[in-house]
Design a protein around this ligand. Structure first.
Ligand code: ATP
Ligand code: ZN
Length: 213
C-alpha cells in the first residue's frame, strides 16, 4: 500500500532541465535544489532520484529506481535488462562518425584499420560489424572531438546536434550511426502497484506531448 514510484533523472547536464519540466507538466510537484539527491513529490506517489545519466540504466535494472529518463544512445550503449517504455520527444541528437575535414572519405571502408575514439564502444562496434569493417576502438569518456587533432585517433563517433563543435575542431561528419532522443526506461519486473503508477504517468506524458505537437 502507498507505494511510490522511484523516478531517476539526470542530476545535471543536457537532459536535466527538460526531464524535470516534463515531470512537472505531468503534475508532479517537487522542489529540486542543485545538491539534492532525492525529492519527494507532493501530489503523486513518487520519489525523484537525481543521478548521473550514465548510471541510470544500471540503477533501473537493479530496481534502485523503478523508471528513469536517459538518452536513447545511453540506453542502447549500456545494454542493460530494462525496457524502453516511452519516447519523450526532446534532447534529439545523433551519434555520428567524423573525420578531419581534409581527409578523403569514400564510405565505411575508409575506416578499415583506423582508430576511432568514442564514448560509445558498443554502438560503434555494432556499426562496424554490420559494415564488415575492422577498426580499433579507443574508448574515452569526454572531449572526444579533440582526439583527431592530438593524434589519438583517425576518426571519432560522438553526439552531434548542430555540428558546430565538429566544425570548430576541424572535423566533418561522414556517417550517422544512430538517431537519439530522450526515452523513459523501466525495470522489467515492476510490482502491480508501481506498474499502475507507470501507466498513469505514461498516459500523462502522452497527453502533454500531444498538446505540444
Ligand atoms: P556527464 O555524464 O558528464 O554529465 P554526458 O555527456 O553523459 O555528461 P550530457 O552532455 O548532459 O551528458 O548529455 C546527456 C544526453 O543528452 C546525451 O546522452 C544525449 O542523449 C543528449 N545530448 C547530448 N548532447 C546533446 C545535444 N547537443 N543536443 C541534444 N541532445 C544532446
Ligand atoms: Zn553522462
Amino acid at each position: 500500500m502507498n507505494k511510490k514510484i522511484r523516478i531517476a533523472v539526470q542530476k545535471s547536464g543536457r537532459l536535466q532541465e527538460q526531464s524535470v519540466k516534463l515531470l512537472k507538466e505531468c503534475g508532479l510537484a517537487f522542489s529540486n535544489g542543485p545538491n539534492r539527491l532525492k525529492a519527494e513529490t507532493f501530489n503523486f506517489p513518487a520519489e525523484i532520484l537525481f543521478l548521473r545519466d550514465d548510471d541510470i540504466p544500471q540503477y533501473v535494472e537493479d530496481k534502485v529506481a523503478d523508471i528513469g529518463i536517459v538518452g536513447e544512445n545511453v540506453f542502447i550503449e549500456k545494454q542493460k535488462q530494462v525496457d524502453l517504455v516511452q519516447r519523450l520527444d526532446f534532447s534529439k541528437c545523433r551519434l555520428a562518425i567524423a573525420v578531419s575535414k581534409d581527409k578523403q572519405y569514400d564510405g565505411p571502408s575508409s575506416l578499415e584499420g583506423k582508430k576511432i575514439a568514442t564514448s560509445y564502444p558498443n554502438i560503434v562496434n555494432k556499426f562496424l560489424k554490420e559494415k564488415n569493417i575492422n577498426a580499433e576502438i579507443h574508448e574515452i569518456s569526454g572531449s572526444v572531438e579533440i582526439a583527431p587533432g592530438i593524434g589519438l585517433a583517425d576518426a571519432i563517433c560522438d553526439i552531434v546536434s548542430t555540428g558546430s563543435t565538429l566544425l570548430s575542431n576541424g572535423l566533418k561528419e561522414v556517417e550517422t550511426v544512430m538517431r537519439s532522443e530522450a526515452v523513459l526506461i523501466a525495470n522489467n519486473s515492476l510490482d502491480n502497484e508501481i506498474q499502475e503508477l507507470l501507466e498513469k504517468l505514461i498516459f500523462r506524458i502522452k497527453a502533454v506531448n500531444t498538446a505540444k505537437n
